[in-house]
Write a protein that binds this ligand. Structure first.
Ligand code: FAD
Length: 521
């Protein structure tokens, strides 16, 4: 379904009005005055809080937009994109959808352009039954935590998550959306059946694997390059009430890896499997995000080891009160097959919501200490399982030593759960690892700390180059065309074809820095 385009003459007139409004916007004391007489779309433009919209969670760039669009419908988003399209190649005006601005290298920014505040797109989630499955239709700006709370009212929940739920549906679907459920259900982009998208031509298009399938797969994992997701139909499952949340420690990488890969290959296994690398700094391990206070042996200094690097396997089993016994039996059975350090088993029972929203608990603590809004020079990689040992040998204990701060995630996923028609770029191997260096630069570390973290990231990438490890960046960040071409590899041609089809003027998501407005070949 496509909306009919308005006549060109009218569009040009409106585009000229848009440019005039952006150019003539009133000074601080009288913000918004020229808009009172403007057409409805222009009245949805705001010039407040531009500085905040000009930075993201990475906190490394400050590039404010000219205006923020607060749309009330997909039609508003489409109208804005059509106007920018009508302005033509002569202008540098661009449009970036902004979910929560949790990007790390300015991907959600539109310097001097229009940032679309997706949160304004109010459309209450709706439960849909179709073809024997249950879905929720969610707005692209919906936060996953709100979606969870809404679907739980029906005893339902999405089945594939991210570790942190205060991200938006459109934001994570533009990347992949990955957590400890991905080994079984695939990333979030594998759990979407339909999208409503505003393309870079300003058309509102419904798409799925049956209708406009090329656009559907282009947008999933498409880094915002082909369209703005205004609605997504997401697969649901019955929601469990409780979660048995388990952590164990390893001091041997080979055993840790063997157990992780064994767990993700089993039919009867945990519902969530992740792992992280822990730097043992005088007994204080770098675990900020989900501590089991107060008895947590991992967060405490009770561990009697002089090993500098330890590995934590984190697992969860969902259950309801009537399946508790069966779940307990399965947990015991699977745990008995693992080779962790016996004294390090810790289990706790929490509600499903508390488990899924666990990083937010850490966020609150960090915010209270002024440690949330600090630079985050993260590096996330997908590393082929066949090279994970070489990767570990080159990186852990060499590049990452006891001065590195922030968690280091390391867990495997099954490629068979990814759809290779999507735009997401992953290694060409059946099992690959997400390795996430989630650095945070503490205020006490200053510029030097940031520089060091960035140098460490470069050194990690250098290990991959030197050792011929074909890793791919997740939430990728590059500055040059040749790097992007290498990232996409043989998919580069598909990327170009899709860009020309859906955003030929390169209006959308300029912060990814793949294309420049008006310069798509
Ligand atoms: P934004 O940062 O606002 O946008 C990200 C990109 O998507 C931009 O290019 C933007 O233009 C585009 N975009 C936003 N909305 C739309 C839309 N509706 N349609 C089209 N394009 C759009 N990721 C994981 O996969 N797993 C995790 O466990 C995980 N944990 C995280 C924990 C924290 C604390 C943080 C800060 C991030 C985490 N991420 C994780 C990364 C997250 O997926 C990205 O930050 C992503 O950018 C989503 O954030 P957002 O919704 O705020 O989107």
């Amino acid at each position: 379904m496509k909306s009919p385009p308005p006549p060109l003459g009218l569009l040009r007139l409106a585009a000229a009005a848009l440019l005039a409004v952006l150019a003539l916007r009133a000074p601080d004391s009288d913000r918004g005055a020229p808009l009172r007489a403007a057409p409805p779309l222009l009245r949805r433009l705001s010039f407040r809080r531009l500085a905040a919209a000009g930075q993201d969670f990475g906190l490394r760039l400050r590039r404010p937009p000219a205006a923020i669009l607060r749309p009330q419908s997909a039609a508003d988003v489409a109208a804005a994109v059509r106007l920018v399209f009508a302005v033509g190649r002569g202008s540098t005006l661009t449009v970036a959808a902004r979910g929560g601005g949790h990007s790390l290298h300015g991907q959600s920014l539109a310097p001097g352009g229009i940032v679309v505040s997706m949160a304004s797109l109010q459309r209450p989630p709706a439960i849909v039954y179709a073809e024997g499955e249950i879905f929720v239709d969610a707005s692209g700006g919906e936060r996953w935590i709100d979606l969870l709370r809404e679907t739980l009212k029906h005893g339902l929940a999405p089945r594939s998550w991210t570790d942190y739920l205060h991200l938006t549906v459109g934001g994570t679907l533009s990347n992949a959306g990955l957590s400890g459920q991905a080994f079984r259900h695939g990333p979030q982009i594998s759990n979407v059946r339909e999208l409503e998208v505003v393309t870079g031509r300003g058309e509102v298009v419904n798409c799925s694997d049956k209708e406009n399938d090329d656009l559907f797969f282009a947008v999933l994992g498409g880094l915002g390059q082909f369209g703005i997701i205004t609605r997504a139909r997401i697969v649901l499952e019955p929601a469990p009430k409780m979660v048995r949340w388990i952590r164990v420690l390893y001091d041997d990488f080979t055993t840790f890896i063997r157990d992780q890969e064994m767990l993700i290959s089993l039919e009867k296994t945990f519902d969530y499997i992740e792992g992280f690398v822990m730097i043992n700094r005088s007994g204080i391990l770098n675990s900020w995000r989900s501590s089991f206070n107060p008895q947590d042996p991992i967060g405490s200094a009770q561990l009697n080891t002089d090993r500098k690097i330890l590995f934590c396997l984190e697992m969860a089993k969902n259950y309801d009160l009537w399946t508790l016994q069966e779940a307990q039996k399965e947990v015991d059975e699977v745990l008995s097959r693992l080779g962790y350090l016996p004294s390090t088993l810790f289990q706790t029972d929490v509600t499903y919501v508390d488990f899924l929203d666990r990083v937010h608990a850490s966020e609150k603590k960090l915010r209270a200490q002024g440690l949330w809004e600090i630079p985050h020079p993260w590096l996330n990689l997908f590393v082929p399982a066949s090279r994970i040992h070489d990767f570990a040998a080159g990186v852990f204990g060499r590049i990452l030593t006891d001065s590195s701060s922030g968690p280091i995630l390391l867990y495997p996923v099954n490629k068979s759960k990814w759809d290779n028609r999507s735009s997401a770029v992953i290694p060409d191997e059946q099992v690959f690892y997400l390795v996430g260096f989630l650095h945070a630069v503490l205020p006490s570390e200053g510029e030097g700390g940031l520089k060091k973290a960035l140098e460490n990231n470069d050194r990690v990438l250098e290990v991959c180059r030197r050792e011929g490890i074909k890793a791919k960046q997740y939430l990728p960040h590059y500055t040059g065309k040749s790097e992007w071409m290498e990232h996409f590899g043989e998919r580069w041609e598909t990327l170009l074809r899709r860009k020309l089809a859906y955003d030929p003027m390169a209006i959308l998501a300029p912060g990814q820095r793949i294309f420049q407005k008006g310069k798509v070949p």
